[in-house]
Design a protein. Structure first.
Length: 182
């Protein structure tokens, strides 16, 4: 093998090695990296969705949604009311200023990180009883909210109904606190 051929071969291998190392991990460039964390997860014994502060104030859940539309927003400086407004707006997927049952259900399913893949129609037929039971519990939570909080009975929870529900829940909590203090 001549020196020229050998130099060409070594240069080619070196270039390929550098390109492979520079490429980094096995993820294609531009692929969206999905950040996951453990959300608060409502259960059958949980409060009604609109009364569930752990769900409505899950900053990491809200931040996941905000990163898509407003990554510069600092949740740590927000009041509880501002967090709840963002929670409402970020789950209003059709931007009609009201939440329908599917938007409420998707908000809950997102807390499980299984909204798209494990709770699709096809996978429910083949899933374990636990997943089916969880799904049915979530549907019941949504139905309960619409039954009790949809005051105009239009099938949607508009922002006014949402805020009224939150105020009623806060009043109940305040009364319970004052009773315990006495």
């Amino acid at each position: 093998m001549s020196a020229t051929t050998w130099n060409f071969f070594v240069t080619l291998l070196s270039s390929l090695l550098v390109l492979c190392i520079a490429r980094g991990p096995h993820h294609p460039r531009g692929e969206v990296v999905v950040k996951r964390h453990t959300h608060y997860r409502p259960t059958k014994d949980s409060d009604k969705i609109t009364e569930d502060e752990s769900l409505l104030h899950d900053k990491e859940h809200i931040q996941e949604h905000l990163e898509e539309v407003a990554p510069q927003v600092d949740l740590s400086k927000m009041t509880e009311e501002e967090l709840e407004l963002y929670y409402f707006l970020l789950h209003d997927s059709d931007k009609d200023s009201r939440l329908d049952g599917l938007e409420l259900l998707n908000a809950i399913l997102h807390t499980t990180h299984q909204g798209d893949e494990d709770y699709s129609e096809n996978s429910l037929d083949n899933s374990s009883n636990t997943k089916t039971n969880d799904f049915e519990e979530f549907v019941e939570l949504v139905d309960q909210v619409l039954r009790e909080e949809d005051k105009n009975q239009d099938g949607y929870l508009d922002y006014t109904e949402y805020v009224d529900s939150r105020k009623r829940a806060q009043n109940v909590r305040d009364k319970n606190v004052s009773v315990k203090i006495v």
